[in-house]
Design a binder for this molecule. Structure first.
Ligand code: PAN
Ligand code: ZN
Length: 186
């Protein structure tokens, strides 16, 4: 393990050097957005990358970091969003530091409390252990943020795949609004 300076491009989310990279496309989100007709119509036009994640992990370290770059877009009135997850380890927190763009971080505790934290340059969002977190690009430009957590934090996607989250972030009169999720299966 050697000290390393990692260059992060605040506009593109590029990370150099990096040790991992993946992209998520709209087609992987069937059933995540509540407007199925809008989802099918969007997918019939194209299958865009909705976000990508690049990481830097030093061998043997207990922490790692990287970027998530979320492209702007909507399915019906819902903005493009991440899958959302709890950490597999319930004692692991995380920090999201926004570099560019604008969005909302939607969080939900195990006992069902919902919170949001604004995502915009200059704001580091603290995600406490055992709070589910989903990021949402509410703007018209890419939303780029740096995340940092423990390597062993892990991802538990199951609860949100099965039930959804209690709240949705939708566009209302051109503005983001947090509303109750009528499809929540809790
Ligand atoms: C982030 C997220 C990343 C993508 O690195 O994994 O933003 O979001 P989903 O994993 O919910 O699709 C993080 O929170 N890691 O723990
Ligand atoms: Zn996380």
């Amino acid at each position: 393990m050697l000290p390393t300076g990692v260059k992060i491009d605040s506009i593109t989310g590029a990370v150099a050097p990096s040790t991992g990279h993946y992209k998520k496309r709209l087609s992987e989100f069937r059933g995540v957005y509540r407007d199925a007709a809008a989802f099918d119509a969007a997918l019939a036009r194209s299958d865009p990358v909705t976000y990508e994640v690049i990481e830097f992990k030093a061998d043997g370290s207990d922490i790692f970091f990287g970027t998530t770059t979320m492209y702007p877009g909507r399915v019906g009135d819902e903005y493009f969003m991440t899958r959302g997850h709890f950490h597999a380890r319930r004692d692991r927190a995380e920090v999201y530091y926004t570099q560019s763009g604008e969005g909302l971080l939607l969080l939900e505790s195990r006992d069902g409390e919902t919170k949001t934290v604004e995502m915009k340059p200059g704001i580091a969002a603290y995600i406490p252990p055992d709070w589910a977190h989903r990021s949402i690009n509410t703007g018209t430009e890419p939303l780029v943020f740096v995340w940092m957590t423990n390597i062993d934090a892990g991802h538990d996607y199951g609860a949100i795949v099965e039930k959804g989250m209690r709240s949705l972030v939708v566009e209302r009169d051109g503005e983001p609004a947090v509303v109750a999720n009528p499809g929540y299966a809790g």
